[in-house]
Design a protein around this ligand. Structure first.
Ligand SMILES: *[C@@H]1O[C@H](CO)[C@@H](O)[C@H](O)[C@H]1NC(C)=O
Ligand SMILES: *[C@@H]1O[C@H](CO)[C@@H](O)[C@H](O)[C@H]1NC(C)=O
Ligand SMILES: *[C@@H]1O[C@H](CO)[C@@H](O)[C@H](O)[C@H]1NC(C)=O
Ligand SMILES: *[C@@H]1O[C@H](CO)[C@@H](O)[C@H](O)[C@H]1NC(C)=O
Ligand SMILES: *[C@@H]1O[C@H](CO)[C@@H](O)[C@H](O)[C@H]1NC(C)=O
Length: 408
């Protein structure tokens, strides 16, 4: 009977009834919310926590996280492991962008071959001639977090031994020549499968007179760069694989100090150090106009020179209402010119960089670092800028962009 009477009422009367019923509910919750705003826990958040608290919170966060070992573990578990096969990556080289690519390629090749590895090192740049990226050699921890890498790999691929021979110590004589792995870019060629790669490796091994299957076999693997189509591996593997390489924590700490100083110097309010990518805080730009980029011809491309880069960065900062620009550049002359250009702009923009944002003791630490290590500080700061731009030719910029894209 009741239902009958409701359906018989005009719709205007029904709407009025609903409105009158909901009104006290709305008023009540409005009142409650104004008394108990969202985000206020028992201790209200301060805009500027202590510097050390800020630094700790900032360091706790990685742009891509959390690390989930199980997809990589499942992939490693599908491999047939050969405890006497050891891969050595002898010639990773360049800055963070390239070395990271070299090492991740190498790791995937090792996993798919069921091989153990020698902890990869890398060639380092000459301090006098930055275009000479082969000047000397350095260990893994020059750029990366070694403890984290060893822990993460032991969680994911316990079958893979990681050797770290001391200088002058030789674990075995490597087979002659470098092994150049077959591409795993299935996106380019559907036959670039894991199986095809394994066959290619087996053929190479068998072609060596020195190869004794039961003996310890050391293979010098030639470096490759982005020869793996990560879309062809399981999604979870792809998301977690890159996380195996984290930046050396000593260097990363300097990045945290820089961001803390940036925030207090430019009074960036409501900056939450616990957020991977804070909104409306600062603009990050990679001004890639160093001598080596010029030598490589990158700056001759359309809209790639100093003036085009700086104009683009300023326009984009303005379009995003960000008036503080953190600039990474190994070219101090161009950096100073950019700063002057931005200050003269109407409305003025503040351009700053790592050297200005470190207290003397940390500046001293920074200056002891090599050119590529110093660039890592920028790498960490830029990854967590509100908006980022860089030069498309640069693997450094490209890695930052890809990481941020993964975060999105
Ligand atoms: C590895 O595979 C075995 C069986 O093939 C299974 O019992 C085990 O749980 C797997 N481990 C992981 C980490 O996936
Ligand atoms: C294989 O290992 C054995 C034992 O270490 C050694 O005597 C032999 O020379 C090795 N063979 C080759 C071809 O290296
Ligand atoms: C910086 O750029 C200028 C051109 O603007 C160039 O002449 C100079 O060699 C560069 N310096 C470095 C250290 O790359
Ligand atoms: C920089 O590049 C732009 C666009 O490619 C070009 O119009 C301009 O002349 C270049 N400036 C210099 C100083 O070479
Ligand atoms: C930001 O730039 C403006 C204009 O050049 C300048 O007046 C101001 O002092 C700068 N702020 C800081 C904190 O350096």
């Amino acid at each position: 009977m009741y239902i009958q009477s409701v359906t018989n009422r005009s719709s205007a009367v029904n709407a009025l009834l609903v409105f009158v019923t909901l009104l006290p509910l709305y008023a009540g919750s409005y009142w409650y919310r104004t008394q108990h705003p969202y985000g206020s826990l028992s201790t209200p958040r301060t805009d500027h926590p202590s510097p050390s608290g800020f630094i700790r919170s900032w360091l706790d966060i990685h742009v891509v996280q959390p690390f989930n070992p199980s997809p990589i573990a499942a992939y490693c578990n599908r491999t047939e492991w050969h405890s006497n096969l050891v891969f050595d990556l002898d010639n990773a080289n360049g800055g963070i962008g390239n070395v990271r690519g070299n090492i991740l390629d190498f790791l995937l090749y090792a996993i798919e071959a069921g091989a153990s590895i020698i902890l990869p090192g890398m060639a380092t740049r000459s301090q006098d001639n930055l275009a000479d990226v082969w000047a000397s050699r350095a260990p893994f921890d020059l750029l990366f977090d070694e403890d984290w890498f060893l822990i993460a790999l032991s969680q994911t691929c316990p079958q893979m031994a990681i050797y770290k021979p001391e200088k002058g110590q030789e674990m075995a004589k490597a087979l002659p020549g470098n092994y150049w792995p077959r591409s795993r870019r299935v996106d380019l060629d559907g036959t670039n499968t894991k199986k095809a790669y394994r066959e290619h490796l087996d053929e190479w091994l068998k072609s060596k007179a020195e190869f004794v299957p039961d003996n310890l076999t050391l293979v010098n693997v030639e470096r490759t760069l982005w020869e793996v189509d990560t879309r062809s591996v399981p999604r979870g593997f792809r998301r977690n694989f890159g996380q195996l390489l984290r930046v050396n924590p000593t260097i990363r700490r300097l990045a945290a100090v820089i961001v803390q100083n940036l925030v207090s110097r430019y009074l960036i309010l409501r900056f939450d150090a616990g957020q991977a990518i804070p909104r409306r805080a600062f603009y990050g730009a990679h001004l890639r106009t160093e001598h080596d980029a010029r030598v490589a011809g990158w700056l001759d491309a359309p809209y790639a020179n100093y003036s085009s880069q700086t104009r683009a960065y300023m326009n984009q900062a303005l379009a995003n209402n960000l008036n503080v620009i953190y600039v990474a550049s190994g070219n101090t002359t161009d950096l100073a010119a950019f700063k002057a250009k931005a200050a003269a702009h109407a409305p003025p923009l503040n351009v700053t960089s790592k050297m200005e944002l470190l207290p003397p003791s940390d500046l001293h630490v920074l200056k002891q670092l090599s050119w590529d290590q110093q660039a890592l500080v920028d790498y960490e700061v830029l990854q967590r800028s509100s908006v980022f731009s860089g030069l498309v030719k640069s693997s450094f910029s490209y890695n930052i962009a890809m990481t941020r894209n993964q975060w999105l």
